[in-house]
Structure formats: C-alpha cells, structure tokens
Design a protein around this ligand. Sequence first.
Ligand code: FAD
Length: 137
Amino acid sequence: MSYGEDMDRDLNPEIFAELKGDVRELFPALKDVRFTHEWGGPVSVPLDMAPAIGYAGDKNVVYSLGAVGHGVSMTHLNGRTVADLILERKTDLTDVFFVNRRMIPWPPEPMRYLAGKAILGYMHWEDRQYDAQKGGA
Ligand SMILES: Cc1cc2nc3c(=O)[nH]c(=O)nc-3n(C[C@H](O)[C@H](O)[C@H](O)COP(=O)(O)OP(=O)(O)OC[C@H]3O[C@@H](n4cnc5c(N)ncnc54)[C@H](O)[C@@H]3O)c2cc1C
C-alpha cells in the first residue's frame, strides 16, 4: 500500500522476506529450499473489491479492471467480455452486474491511504482470527 501515485514499489525486501517466511511456515518441508526469483507489482483494487468492465465515455474505449490479484484466469473471461462490448453484442458475458456498473471512487489522499490501510488492517485481523481458530500463530 503506497501513498500517492508511487507505483514503482514492485521490489520490497521486507515483504519478500515475510512471504518466504509464510511459505516455510505453511510448507515446513520447504524450509531449506532456496528462493531463486522474486517479483512484485501493483494489483487493481476497487473500493468495493469487485471487478468492473465497461465503456469509458463513448463506445470506442472499453476498460477492464479490478481483478484484485486474482486475474490470471478471470482476465480470459474479461477479454471475451471486452470483445463483446467492442462489437456491441448483448451476451451472457455482458449481462453481468459488473459490466458498465457505477464505481465508488477511491477518495483523494490522504483519505485513500487511510482507507487502504484500514482494509489491509481488517484483512490481517481476519488472518489472525483464522490462525487462532486453527491453533496457529
Ligand atoms: C506480484 C503479483 C502476483 C500475482 N499473483 C496472482 C495469482 O497468483 N493468481 C492470479 O489469478 N492473479 C495474480 N495476480 C494478478 C494478475 O496478474 C492480474 O489480475 C492480471 O494480470 C490482470 O490482467 P489485466 O489484463 O487486467 O492487466 P495486466 O496483466 O496488467 O495487462 C495490462 C497490459 O497492458 C500493458 N499496457 C499498460 N499500459 C499500456 C499502454 N499505454 N499501451 C500499451 N500497453 C499498455 C501492460 O504492459 C500489460 O501487459 C498477481 C499480480 C501481481 C502483481
């Protein structure tokens, strides 16, 4: 989570160390395995955590966003939906709630940073609740 427009945060040693620790905790058999590659990047997270596909103003520009870090398979379907929108076809793919939906804009800084931190904080709390139920850390 970064403040302002700073998107150039793909490589973060602290986060990489934490993730490697998580992998070793989840898979103890991998505790001595060496990690040879690490990468990072931004993910598209709408305020309501739901995807959005649609026309940006007129029908010559179509956008697809909001995979929230789970887009590898989803974007295959998004691509087909975008194709249907470009061809102005009404199909099962274009007839879903997140096509041409109204989006809740992220507030401007510093509210955006605080809102993001609050969402991340809740997600970490949920993880701790889950771990506690599982008798973990
Ligand atoms: C570190 C990391 C780990 C992830 N792990 C997973 C995972 O395990 N499972 C999963 O399902 N998802 C994962 N994701 C999310 C997944 O990568 C994205 O949801 C998915 O790639 C989104 O697809 P997209 O087509 O919407 O955007 P992108 O894949 O970002 O594609 C957009 C393309 O547009 C190009 N582009 C940008 N600007 C321009 C321009 N002006 N002109 C021309 N081209 C341009 C970019 O170069 C890029 O190739 C991860 C993402 C990151 C960053």
